[in-house]
Design a protein around this ligand. Structure first.
Ligand code: ATP
Length: 362
């Protein structure tokens, strides 16, 4: 890379750091009757980044998205889009003036309008409309399909039209509600990667809602985990996976087994021996062990016994019973073969996550 390219990238990063976040949410709350759907949520979305709102059903993901879009009014809190306040205690900017683009779960294309009609729908500047429609259709890889009707398109193509329609007016942020849930599993991974690429090419900022952890971890730059209306944690997929803020978050974003242990700073004693643990803790802890960190070694005098084996082709999940009777899972490559009842020894790679279960001991 030339020094010129280096300095341009550095300048861009500096500008991004100085610019206000594309979306800023502070202390957002929304109640429906007795249900507190969103409870004091604060988060920022940086320009050009992709944020996933992840959490179990009913945790407030869609309501948060709809509050940002202006489709719901908050009880408390402030929302700014592109540095401009769009909702606070005293003012409320309607959805069409927020500079947000929405992509709905069912795409919500107008069935009686062709592709060009759908994509150009929100463009007020008639003189520029055809050119802009052409631009965004090229961006989403549908150049030349202007005259097709929605019913003549595949699910993946309909979604790209919905994306093009939302991108056409150059919004500050795109909001996508469960954008991949209508696609069959075989198509989903492919369309996901495609959408990621389109958003990157458009240098778009986007927030998408999902309850699918793999989708969130593989697509997003930042993941916000919502739990019963509250923001449980926000971070990069790596941060969330390696340093989950709570057992709830840890269990939700990946398979995990939990064992009791006693921590001594950066180490923990548990049924699997003495393991490096993070964060440093003292006293009684819950030790979180990910199946992919567990290794099994056949050993007739081993203390653990194989209970069952689920074979997935690309890998397998093997459950073992520890001497205490607790069960532990190991995700292994497909070549190792264990019969139920076989004895094994266990090793754990890397660092386990620790969650204090009692007050710190001196
Ligand atoms: P899902 O993944 O199932 O779509 P979610 O995380 O998107 O769930 P929300 O749809 O935001 O959750 O709902 C959060 C809570 O608010 C739920 O308890 C839900 O029943 C409630 N809720 C949402 N919208 C309304 C509404 N219009 N009227 C009454 N209650 C609502």
């Amino acid at each position: 890379m030339s020094s010129e390219q280096h300095s341009t990238r550095a300048e861009n990063q500096a500008q991004t750091a100085l610019a206000p976040p594309a979306v800023s949410v502070v202390g957002l709350s929304k109640r429906f009757g007795s249900a507190l759907a969103v409870d004091d949520v604060s988060l920022d979305v940086q320009r050009g980044s992709l944020l996933a709102l992840l959490g179990p059903s009913g945790c407030g993901k869609t309501t948060t998205l709809r509050l940002i879009a202006g489709l719901e009014r908050a009880d408390r809190g402030q929302i700014a889009v592109g540095g401009r306040s769009v909702a606070d205690g005293s003012s409320f900017v309607p959805p069409e003036r927020r500079r947000v683009g929405m992509v709905f779960q069912d795409y919500a294309l107008f069935p009686h309008l062709d592709v060009a009609g759908n994509v150009g729908f929100g463009l007020r500047d008639r003189a520029r409309r055809a050119a802009r429609v052409g631009e965004v259709l090229d961006l989403v890889g549908l150049g030349g399909m202007e005259r097709r009707m929605p019913r003549q398109l595949s699910g993946g193509q309909q979604q790209r039209v919905a994306l093009a329609r939302a991108l056409a007016p150059e919004p500050e942020v795109l909001l996508l509600d469960e954008p991949f849930s209508n696609l069959d599993p075989a198509l989903r991974a492919h369309v996901r990667a495609e959408v990621r690429e389109i958003l990157a090419r458009a240098e778009a900022t986007a927030i998408f809602v999902t309850h699918d952890r793999e989708e969130a971890l593989s697509l997003a730059d930042q993941v916000a985990v919502l739990w019963q209306g509250r923001l449980a944690q926000i971070g990069t997929p790596d941060e969330l996976y390696r340093q989950p803020a709570s057992l709830d978050v840890a269990g939700f974003i990946g398979d995990a087994d939990v064992l009791p242990g006693v921590a001594r700073g950066g180490q923990v004693d548990c049924e699997l021996g003495t393991l490096p643990g993070c964060p440093p803790a003292y006293g009684e802890v819950a030790v979180l062990v990910r199946p992919e960190d567990v290794r099994l070694c056949a050993d007739p005098s081993g203390t653990a016994a194989i209970v069952r084996r689920e074979f997935y082709g690309h890998d397998q999940l093997v459950t073992v019973r520890l001497p205490s009777g607790r069960l532990l899972r190991a995700r292994l490559g497909r070549w190792q073969s264990f019969e139920p009842g076989a004895r094994v020894e266990i090793a754990v790679d890397g660092v386990v996550s620790l969650f204090p279960t009692a007050g710190p001991s001196s």
